[in-house]
Every structure is written in structure tokens, then in C-alpha cells.
Design a protein around this ligand. Sequence first.
Ligand code: NI
Length: 394
Amino acid sequence: MKKSSLPFSREIEARNGSLVELRRDFHKHAELSFQEHRTAAVIAERIAAAGLEVRTGIAGPGVVGVLHGDKPGRTVAWRADIDALPISEAVQLPFASVNEGVMHACGHDGHTAIAITLAEILAERRADLPGTVVFIFQPGEEVVSGAKPMIEAGVLDDPPVECVLGLHLSARDPVGQVIVRPGPSMASADFFDVEIKGSGGHGAFPHLSVDPITVAAHILIGMQDLITREISAQETAVLTVGQVESGNKHNIIPDTAYLRGTIRTFRQEVRDQLVERLGSFASRIAQAYRAEARLHLTGEYCPPVDNDVDQTERVRQGAVAEFGEEAVTEGVPIMGSDDMSLFLKERPGCYFRVGAGFPGEVITHHQAHFRIDEAGLAVGLRLAMRSVLDALQP
Ligand code: NI
């Protein structure tokens, strides 16, 4: 890889070992959304020791650290998410999660370690640092509900943040590749329950019941036609049911059935159309079978990640200067979601991806075999540093 042109490149190299070690520590002590108490304590301790002004207990275990440089400049936020997932780790690692059934299967352990290390290096060099950096350590990204309460708590207002930056490690892209995409780059997310009410009875006498499982099956199969027959072929949308729940015995027809799923799109109009049509489609299919169905949206709507064009161009130029033209791509928009989008709705900014995948390995995030190539951490730290320093320039 190209040699770094950063003013603090020696510090980055010197800290590579401790960066990896810190990531492994978070990996070993993975914590679920809004239960990131140990994680938050480690973050607060480290950045307080580095000399940042630290605020804890924001939106639960959220932490904010403010670093004032000695030179004049802008105010930039760096956001990292800190939570893990309810997955039992299937990779054999010396630093595997000690919390049974909880695993960092999305790389947020790396995001947290990178942000802390970035804060430590910049704090050490604050005499040369222009402006102010606000480090936002956000809980509850995996349930897309940590960003909103942090914003409501004023993390972008005190001090007034002008630009928000952040990164996501990617096991699907090789180390050395970075993806910097202007405009919509990650999909919106909604979570829904379709509740189907029939009337239960003996499995041998279905004619005396209204079977909600049959209704659920028809809704489940039919709903995909809303994508193929009702959404324009030029648009992008995904409708996935990840949980079907009903009944408890072979020969009893239950009263109710539930389909639980998610909707992903890139445009509010498409999302609104799908929500409206899924609700009326489910209810009319149910009616045809003498049952009732209702659509409930659970949780908040998470908008698409929309990167500001100018901020993104500056990050891209920084990435090209740091890693070379061939290392930087625009990639394609992905259907994954991230509530970084809420910060980006409040302030212009850029959320970019950093390759941390092993060559030839196809691994998706959010699964028990997820792993990252730790060489991607240093790449992430370099681009984090570069993009923050560039954004701070007055
Ligand atoms: Ni993630």
C-alpha cells in the first residue's frame, strides 16, 4: 500500500498494535444494543485520559468526547457505533466473545477502536490541530434507534457541528479498497408486523375455524408481487419477512398469526407506497378468507444514508491522495441500513466504507461466521484521520 502523506502518519503506524488490541478487547466483551455499559466505560476512560471533555449517559450508554485544537478551524463530528448483535459466535478466535449469544458480527468493535485511537492521536497533537472534533459514540445502531435520542440530546448543537463523518468496515470488500459514494448509498429501513386474526379450533374440523396460518401463507407469497408488479422497474425495493409466528401444536388451529419483516428502499415515495399497499393488500387477502389483518410499523423509520455531494468529494480526494486512484471506488448503493442517516439529515457529511475482507471469501455481516481482516483497521484509521483533518480546515 501507498505510504501515508498524513502529518501524523508516524503516530498511526506506532499505534497499529494497540488499535488491534483495543478492537479485540471490544470483540471479546461484545454487548447488545443499549447495554453497552462496559464498552462505554472503556471509551470514556480512554478519551478522558487523552484529555477530551467527556459526556456520558447520553441516550443510555452513549458517550461524547470533545477535543478543541489550539488553532482556528471548523467543528466536525466523527461518529462511531458501538453495539453488537444477538448471535452466537461460530469463529474460533482467541478473543471470541465471552458473552454467550452476543457477537460483534458487523465490525462495530473496529469502528469503536478506530474512533478512540483517532481521538488519542489528535489529542496528543492538539497544538497543531485546527478547530474542534466532536467524537460521537452511539449505542443501539443495530436496532436503528440510537442516533435519534443522541441528536435530541443535542450532540450536534453543543458545540455546533458543521459536518458529520463516519466509516463502516466491510467484510465484502478487500483490505485496501475504500468506497466513497455521493448521494444515496444505503437504503431506508422500516420494520413491520402483519397481525392476522382468525378463529382457532380443532385441526380436524377446519370448516369450523378461520385459519390464520393459511391467510398468512397467502399474504407472505403474494406480497412480493407488490415489488414486481407495482413498483417501477427503475426503482429499488426489498420486502423481507424474517419471522413467521403462529400456533403451538400439530392439530390445533390458532387464533392469530404474525409475519414480521423489513422494507428497504431509497426513496420516501417508494417506501410510502409499499407501506400503504402492504397494509391494504394484507387486509384484503385476509378479508377474502374471512379473517382480519393489520399492518403495524414497529420502531422509527430510518431514512436512507444520503451523502452530501461536496463533503463526499472532499473525502474522495483525500482517499485518492492517501491510497491512490485505484483504491477508491464509488461502489453501488447497498440495501443495508444505518441510522448514521439521521445525523446526515441534520448536517452535511459523508459515511464511507472501508474494506476489511479476506480475498476470495464471501462473508456477509450479521452472521455467526463473520470476521474481518484486521489490516483494514489501519486503513480505516488513515482515512478517518485524513477526512477529519481536511474537514477541519477553516
Ligand atoms: Ni453495522
